[in-house]
Design a protein around this ligand. Structure first.
Ligand code: SAM
Ligand code: SF4
Ligand code: F3S
Length: 490
């Protein structure tokens, strides 16, 4: 049996890309391996958003060198943001152990290589059997179609056949694994046009490309048919969904006119899918979170009350140099608007500390803003200069590392206290939990507001909605006891 192993770091987009690739490999007859040592195909799906992420990738690649030397027939592939949409020419020299490099969201180079190797292997076998011998059952064996572009399907098991139903269209290949997950990520807009001063993502993931509504709906439909109950629609700026059609390439200007679907329309279309219970979307940018989107979230019962909208800094001067395109007052007003229209909505944000030139007072402004807004989740990162970005080219990385770490830890401590307080108010309340899996003997799932809940029960709760009374709450998770279940929407 042919096997694969995918190692993924980075954001949800990478998780989605890995799932897509896994589905494509499974459609080719590969099965998950226990680890890289047992796999015929090893893929590293990479992130370079900070230097530390890139160092982990390079470390992993280095540690795979002896394995590749021992098993040269193993295919080693590198995918994602280390490669980028315009791969650097020196990649093969830097990583000679790698057989194939795949841009983000594009499994095709690996699939083509595997198909080519299979053809070569088949050719050799046939040669050995002697020329002129009729190739027996070639059609069924390869299962390829006449269009050439689609992956060769080897229908070797009922599970693979299920995947095969949608595998003829490359963009619909999104369902890996033989126990389909309860939740899934669905990219709806690729790339980013924003070019924030610190960020390498636009250079590695390219310009914005929205997927057509019908294609997304078909993919979600297929996921639901296989047991998925919650989808998270993904984009670097998900609330810019459809802008590329409506405004050609007008960059960061905030315009709402033009025709064509936006995220609100997409949410409404996905909401129609029977059997889907929950819809989330991320990441939003404050400039594009329109009233239409807010109304759709408020009106559509399946769309969860959880918004991820990064602020990055709480000081106008820093925001300006980051090229974020909004002020602290704009962000505060957006949070207030969301809370007015969606009481109880949880809000998550991202913050960078130690951006070039960030003074103690400017950091303090970020800290004070977070203390004032009391958001439900803050992902905080120490600024890391990334090659090619405006900040790396034009600004001095002048906040010392220890100071960056002190600022990061201060924000983390503040947030731990705030979230602990927010969550403790849920003790005694009953919340709806979509149960995803069992973990160390406990069922684990999330509330509509994206809070992690654990409970113990003998029944099989996987993929079901449970009403759970919260008995204990900490900043990162809560525990409770199940009251009843399956109060789901259809
Ligand atoms: N598109 C999202 C947005 O507009 O905020 C974020 C996408 S980025 C992949 C995820 C997070 O990484 C960012 O929100 C930012 O906080 C962090 N990040 C990006 N570049 C960084 C850098 N050079 N140093 C530290 N953190 C960075
Ligand atoms: Fe990076 Fe800014 Fe684009 Fe987010 S919006 S991916 S932070 S450039
Ligand atoms: Fe990393 Fe690329 Fe995502 S750099 S955070 S994997 S977009």
């Amino acid at each position: 049996m042919k096997t694969y192993h995918i190692w993924t770091i980075g954001c949800q987009m990478n998780v989605a890309d890995s799932a897509h690739l896994a589905a494509a490999l499974e459609a080719l007859g590969y099965r998950p391996a226990a680890g890289p040592a047992d796999a015929d195909v090893v893929v590293l799906n990479t992130c370079v958003v900070r230097q530390s992420a890139e160092e982990r990738v390079v470390g992993r690649l280095t540690s795979l060198r002896p394995l590749k030397a021992r098993r040269p027939q193993m295919v080693l592939a590198v995918m994602g943001c280390l490669v980028g949409v315009r791969p650097a020419e020196d990649l093969p020299q830097r990583f000679p152990q790698v057989d194939v490099f795949l841009p983000p969201s594009d499994p095709e180079p690996l699939l083509a290589l595997l198909r080519q190797r299979e053809e070569e292997a088949r050719g050799k076998k046939q040669e050995a059997r002697g020329k002129g011998q009729e190739a027996r059952g070639k059609g069924q064996e390869a299962g390829g179609n006449e269009h050439g572009a689609a992956p060769v399907l080897q229908i070797t098991s009922p599970e693979a056949a299920v995947i095969g139903l949608i595998a003829s269209e490359r963009d619909l290949l999104s369902i890996p694994r033989f126990i389909p997950p309860v939740t899934a990520y669905v990219p709806v807009i690729y790339g980013c046009n924003h070019v924030c001063a610190y960020c390498i993502v636009p250079y590695r993931r390219g310009r914005e490309r929205s997927r057509p509504v019908a294609e997304i709906v078909a993919e979600v439909q297929a996921l639901v048919e296989q047991g998925v109950r919650e989808v998270t629609l993904l984009g670097q700026i998900v609330d810019r969904y459809g802008y590329d059609w409506r405004h050609e390439t007008r960059n960061t200007e905030h315009e709402t006119e033009g025709s064509g679907p936006d995220l609100a329309d997409l949410l409404r279309a996905v909401h129609e899918i029977r059997g889907l219970w929950r819809i989330r979307f991320l990441t939003s940018h404050p400039n594009y979170f329109s009233d239409r989107i807010l109304e759709a979230v408020a009106e559509l019962p399946k769309v969860c009350e959880h918004i991820e909208v990064p602020v990055q800094a709480g000081d106008d001067e820093v925001l300006r140099r980051m090229r974020r395109g909004y002020t602290v007052a704009d962000y505060r007003a957006l949070v207030q608007k969301i809370r007015r229209r969606l009481p109880g909505c949880s809000i998550a944000t991202d913050v960078i500390v130690g951006f070039p030139g960030e003074t103690e007072a400017q950091f303090r402004a970020t800290y004070d803003l977070l203390a004032e807004l009391r958001l439900d989740m803050v992902h905080v990162a120490a600024y890391s200069p990334r090659p090619g970005t405006l900040a790396a080219r034009k600004m001095v990385n002048d906040v010392p590392d220890e100071e960056k770490q002190r600022r990061r830890q201060a924000v983390e401590a503040l947030q731990e206290r705030i979230v602990g307080e927010i969550n403790s108010r849920l003790v005694g309340q009953t919340v709806e939990v979509l149960v995803e899996e069992q973990h160390k003997g406990k069922w684990r799932g999330r509330t509509r507001t994206n809070k992690l809940v654990f409970f113990q029960d003998d029944a099989d709760w996987r993929g079901r909605l449970a009403a759970v009374r919260i008995t204990w709450a900490g900043p990162w998770s809560m525990q409770g006891e199940v009251r009843s279940g399956d109060s789901h929407l259809t």
